[in-house]
Ligand binder design. Structure first.
Ligand code: SF4
Length: 363
C-alpha cells in the first residue's frame, strides 16, 4: 500500500504555511533544490594531520564552523553551488570524523561524560562499544507528517534509562543487533533515499553513542538527503559542536521540566539545563522540531513549564509535537503515576495551555 494512503497528511502538509516557514530549508533539500548540510561540509577544506592535538583540531573546527555557515548562506542565496566549491583533499566533515575518533578514547559524547576508552572496547553507561549495532532500517510512517516517509535507522543502546521506554529491547540492548560499518550504513541511507524516503532519521535508543559512525558514514553518502537527529537531547557540548554543519533537522525531545522528575524516571541529572542548552544550540545550527511526550500526572511539573520555556526561549512559531501516546512499557510500574495511560483531560489541558500561550505550529 502506498504511504500516502496511510498518511494523507504527509501530502497536505505542503499547504501548511507555518510548517513550510519553520522547516524551509529542509523542504528544499528533500526536493533537491538545495544540498544537505553534510554535502556542503565535504566541500570546506580542512588542513590538518594526525600530529595535531585535540585542542588544535577543535580550534580549526571552530574556525571552519564560521566558514561553513558563511558558505551555506551563499549556497542558500544561490550565490554559489556545490559544483563551484571544488574537492578538497581533507574536508570539514573529515575533521569532524577525526575529532569524534579522538573523543572515543575518553568518551564524552553525552552528558554522562564516562571518559571510557571505547577504541579499546571499554563500555560506559550506554554499553555501546566501537562498532555500530543496527536494529532495523525502514520507511517509518508514524513520524510527523513533514518527515513521512522517513528513512529511519534504529541503532542499539541509549545514554538514558527511561523506565517507561517503549523501545526498551533496543535501548537496553536486549537484542544482539547487526554489526554495521560506516560504509554499510552509507549504503542503507542511499537505498532509503532511492526508495523515496524524505530524510535519514537517526534514532535508537539514542544516536548519540554512535556519533563517530554517523559522521563517517556520510563521507560515503553521495545522494542528497536531509539528516534528522532524533535525540533525547542529553548530549554534550562537544557533540552539539560536531552536529553543526552536519544535521539539517534537530528532532529533539524535551522530556522534563524539573530535574527531580528526570532523575526519578530517566536517571538523567541536570537534564533541564542540558536539554534547554541543546535546544538553543540546535536553533542556531539548523531547523528544529520539538517533541513533548506528556506523562501522566506530569502536566504541572513538566508539560506546562516545558511549553512555556519553548514559547519564551525559542518562539511561538516553532514546530512542536505534543504527544499523547504514552503507554506504561518496560519498568514503568516502578513509578506509581506511570502505571496508567495519559487521560484525555490531561492531553487537552496541555494542548489548550500551549494554544493559550501562543504556540501555533503544533504537529
Ligand atoms: S555515549 Fe555517553 S553514556 Fe555512552 S560511553 Fe559515551 S559518555 Fe558514556
Amino acid at each position: 500500500m502506498s504511504w500516502y494512503l496511510v498518511r494523507p497528511d504527509a501530502l497536505t502538509i505542503f499547504k501548511d504555511e507555518k510548517v513550510l516557514r519553520s522547516l524551509n530549508r529542509y523542504f528544499k533539500v528533500f526536493r533537491d533544490k538545495l544540498p544537505a548540510k553534510f554535502s556542503i561540509a565535504k566541500k570546506i577544506e580542512a588542513v590538518f594531520d594526525e600530529s595535531y592535538s585535540l585542542d588544535e583540531l577543535w580550534a580549526l573546527h571552530d574556525k571552519l564552523t564560521v566558514e561553513y555557515y558563511r558558505v551555506e548562506s551563499m549556497v542558500n542565496r544561490g550565490e554559489t553551488s556545490l559544483e563551484d566549491l571544488g574537492e578538497p583533499k581533507r574536508s570539514y566533515l573529515d575533521l569532524k570524523v577525526e575529532i569524534a575518533r579522538r573523543l572515543l578514547k575518553s568518551c564524552v559524547f553525552c552528558e554522562r561524560r564516562c571518559r571510557v576508552n571505547r577504541l579499546e572496547s571499554k563500555l560506559g553507561y550506554c554499553r555501546c562499544g566501537y562498532t555500530f549495532l543496527l536494529s532495523s532500517a525502514f520507511h517509518h510512517l508514524g513520524e510527523e507528517p513533514e518527515l513521512v516517509p522517513s528513512g529511519t535507522v534504529f541503532s542499539l543502546g541509549c545514554n538514558l534509562t527511561c523506565l517507561h521506554c517503549q523501545n526498551w529491547t533496543i535501548s537496553q540492548q536486549m537484542e544482539p543487533g547487526e554489526p554495521t560499518t560506516s560504509e554499510e550504513l552509507a549504503e542503507i541511507v542511499t537505498r532509503l533515499k532511492r526508495e523515496g524516503c524524505r530524510n535519514c532519521n537517526m534514532v535508537g535508543g539514542s544516536p548519540t553513542p554512535w556519533l563517530h559512525v554517523w559522521l563517517e558514514a556520510f563521507k560515503y553518502v553521495k545522494v542528497n538527503i536531509p539528516t534528522v537527529w532524533n535525540s533525547n537531547s542529553y548530549y554534550s557540548v562537544e557533540t552539539a559542536k560536531l552536529l553543526k554543519g552536519f544535521i539539517d533537522v534537530y528532532l529533539l525531545d524535551y522530556k522534563y521540566g524539573r530535574d527531580e522528575c528526570a532523575v526519578k524516571i530517566s536517571n538523567a541529572p541536570n537534564y533541564v539545563e542540558v536539554c534547554s542548552r541543546n535546544h538553543l544550540i540546535a536553533l542556531e545550527s539548523g531547523e528544529l522540531i520539538i517533541r513533548v511526550l506528556l506523562l501522566p500526572n506530569h502536566i504541572e511539573c513538566c508539560g506546562k513549564p516545558i511549553l512555556k520555556w519553548i514559547r519564551d526561549n525559542i518562539g511561538e512559531w516553532v514546530r512542536v509535537n505534543i504527544m499523547d501516546q504514552y503507554r506504561p512499557h518496560w519498568r514503568a510500574d516502578e513509578v506509581p503515576e506511570l502505571r496508567r495511560r495519559l487521560t484525555h483531560a490531561e492531553y487537552i489541558e496541555a494542548l489548550e495551555y500551549a494554544k493559550s500561550i501562543g504556540l501555533s505550529n503544533l504537529a
